[in-house]
Design a protein around this ligand. Sequence first.
Ligand code: SF4
Length: 299
Amino acid sequence: MKDVSLYIHIPFCKNKCFYCDFPSFSGCDGKMLEYSKALGMEIDKIDKDYIIKTVFIGGGTPTYLSLDGLKYIKESIEKLNLALDVEFTVEGNPGTFTKEKLELFKSMGVNRLSIGLQAYQDNLLKSIGRIHSVEDFEKSYKLARECGYKNINIDLIFGLPNQDIENWEYTLKKVIKLNPEHLSCYSLIIEEDTKFYSLFEDDKLRLPCEEDEREMYLKTLEILKENGYNHYEISNFCKPNKECRHNLVYWELKPYIGCGSSSHSYVDGRRYYNESDIEKYIKKINKNGSAIIESKKIK
Ligand code: SF4
């Protein structure tokens, strides 16, 4: 028996955020069911000798996947050998999950949620292409707590266009009041092939100056420390013993298996990754049972 972590990729999003270069797509909802079936087939191939120590369903927006699609994934996960103390996270966006979906996740063994908020100002959310408002976030967070989720991460971004130090402090303070167990605070990076990249090239993005961005980062360290959050990794902060074990697997170069389009794996001395095009991924799985497009043996 060998310990391993499992990453499952859901590539669907309602809309594409202006800063995002993740392998996620909008306008492909018609492929959800076929994709979920193919994904289930790929998960079914995982050797039952592995003990799965952590599971992370990320994306994309896993909570945007249809309930029927999620049921296929649940069926396959139930056949795996999950560790008794498994950390099982699902990523989601406000406004894309319902009580029914949260209950289905619970029945799959999910015990950690990661919710993308990014900022506590509706105008900023709109200007970065998020699909939700602050109110949607508050409702989703409340619903998650009511459904019994006791380990919640909130994703935030600083250095956004038109964001100032006060906006950022306000965001941190409002989020802390909700008492999440974990916070990820990322600094905005303008990536190629994003809407923000084109705007940046055309000099149409009003980004905070370097000094202000540095000040936002220092404020983050100060405010989170004062409020009992431990800074355990560059962008990650948590309450005692609430580190994300799945993230640490990547940092500590431990083995992980990736399933789904664009996913990467590092297991049994081999690194490999999957096709990123949704349609090609489905075809490859249906035809060969695998969508690996490159594989390398690591010495
Ligand atoms: S919801 Fe997440 S994955 Fe989807 S476009 Fe926005 S940042 Fe990217």
